[in-house]
Design a protein around this ligand. Structure first.
Ligand code: DAH
Length: 337
């Protein structure tokens, strides 16, 4: 190639290259341009291959020109890099900056199922009166579940408490938490103030308000000079704690073999036909039951109550069907929060 032609091509390369460099907007593009123009296999090296056919006089001229072109391209790259780098940095700063005032995402909190939630509400209220939580046992024996509670084997009231029996004779699934009264009296000296929450079983046809498996909370207080007035006072507070300060209570005569006298306790309730809803059974612990628990009824008296947790949970949360409490449908649980 002739000197003049090569010179011309070098000038063209220079002007074309600087134009491309000016048009580039990103550092990555500029890196690519650097390689394709000045790299070992780049455009400049390519052109200089023609140098071999020049005369020895001309070669230094082309060498000098090539250096000039290289320097021009390098300086164009350098200044363009500065501009593009600054633009990229400011774009990153805008796009990556967090707004520190945006609220953080809330983690998904779980919540208690209405049954344990109701039990803990009861435990909290009763705890404020000095009652502690004690657990009975789900597998009971006939003696403790019935006989020591003054329900003899042939007693007609047993029909109320028919249950599921284990193969082992005399063993059954407890029908109420009341046998826990006997076990507590046999292990703790008066004064006794306990509640016994737990699962109970009955041989029942299941419907919206009956289950064969359900929860109760038993309450037991044994002390000197305990009267029905003590029972009334504490159950009033329990009802108000569970259903609100305006709640009224009504004590009706009831019958349970293990209490004498026995009462049924209702709370005022807008949703029911007559404005009342029965929430529990209670009474003064029968002297025979105290004796069965190893307590002298001449010295100590007591009151007891037993309430159905499902019923209370349904009333507190407006759940119409008891079976919903066993189905573990998360939509129900989320709706109750
Ligand atoms: N155990 C009774 C039941 O399951 C409820 C009950 C009533 C418990 C009166 C008591 C009580 O402690 O005094 O139907």
């Amino acid at each position: 190639m002739e000197l003049a032609a090569l010179e011309k091509q070098l000038r063209i390369l220079q002007s074309e290259s600087t134009a491309k460099i000016e048009a580039a907007t990103s550092l990555a593009d500029l890196d690519d341009l650097g390689t394709s123009l000045l790299g070992k296999k780049g455009a400049l090296t390519d052109l200089l291959r023609g140098i071999g056919s020049l005369s020895a006089d001309d070669r230094p001229k082309i060498g000098a020109l090539a250096n000039e072109v290289r320097a021009a391209i390098e300086s164009a790259l350098k200044s363009r890099r500065t501009v593009a780098g600054a633009a990229e940095l400011s774009a990153r700063i805008t796009s990556e900056t967090e707004d520190a005032t945006t609220p953080g995402p809330l983690p998904a909190f779980g919540s208690l199922h209405p049954i344990p939630e109701t039990i803990s509400a009861i435990a909290q209220i009763m705890g404020s009166f000095g009652f502690t939580v004690v657990e009975g046992q789900e597998v009971e024996d006939d003696v403790t579940n019935f006989q020591l509670l003054n329900i003899p084997e042939d007693h007609p009231s047993r029909d109320l408490w028919d249950t599921l029996y284990l193969r082992e004779p005399g063993r059954l699934l407890r029908t109420h938490t009341s046998p826990g009264q006997i076990r507590t009296m046999r292990t703790i000296e008066p004064p006794i103030r306990v509640i016994l929450p737990g699962r109970c079983y009955r041989y029942e046809a299941v419907d919206a308000s009956h289950g064969f498996e359900f929860h109760q909370v038993e309450g037991l207080l044994v002390d000197r000079g305990t009267t029905l007035a003590d029972l009334k006072g504490i159950l009033d507070e329990l009802a108000r704690g569970l259903f609100g300060p305006g709640t009224r209570t009504r004590f009706r005569p009831g019958y349970y073999p293990f209490t004498e006298p026995s009462v049924a306790v209702d709370v005022s309730w807008d949703g029911s036909k007559d404005g009342w809803m029965t929430i529990l059974g209670a009474g003064m612990v029968h002297p025979i039951v105290l004796e069965n628990g190893g307590i002298d009824p001449e010295k100590h008296q007591g009151f007891a109550f037993g309430l159905g947790v499902e019923r209370i949970a349904m009333l507190r949360h407006g759940i119409p069907d008891l079976r919903a409490l066993l189905e573990n449908d998360l939509r129900l649980l989320r709706g109750l929060r």
